[in-house]
Design a protein around this ligand. Structure first.
Ligand SMILES: [Zn+2]
Length: 90
């Protein structure tokens, strides 16, 4: 994690904000990175990191994508999807 923590309420798009709030309630954290930030999963393996755009071209599809990716956590150790995070446990 790099930048400061970003709150879901800071997202300018309502659809995305709602999804971020839902996952933040489950322990996910957003940290500042680029335009807005990245969403980090709360599991021990930190298997999933999802880029969050502050200016998505299509807010509802961006929200759905975040929701879909977040639902995958926790990923199995050998899942190729883990590379999405770029942060293997070892
Ligand atoms: Zn995870």
């Amino acid at each position: 994690m790099v930048g400061r923590e970003v709150l879901p309420s800071e997202h300018p798009k309502k659809e995305v904000r709602q999804v971020l709030e839902k996952w933040a309630d489950q322990g996910w954290k957003i940290h500042k990175d680029g335009h807005l930030g990245k969403l980090y999963c709360p599991c021990e393996a930190r298997c999933t990191t999802i880029p969050v755009s502050g200016t998505p071209q299509n807010a509802s599809s961006h929200a759905r994508r975040i929701d879909r990716l977040a639902a995958r956590c926790p990923l199995p150790d050998d899942s190729p999807l883990r590379t999405l995070t770029g942060k293997p446990r070892h």
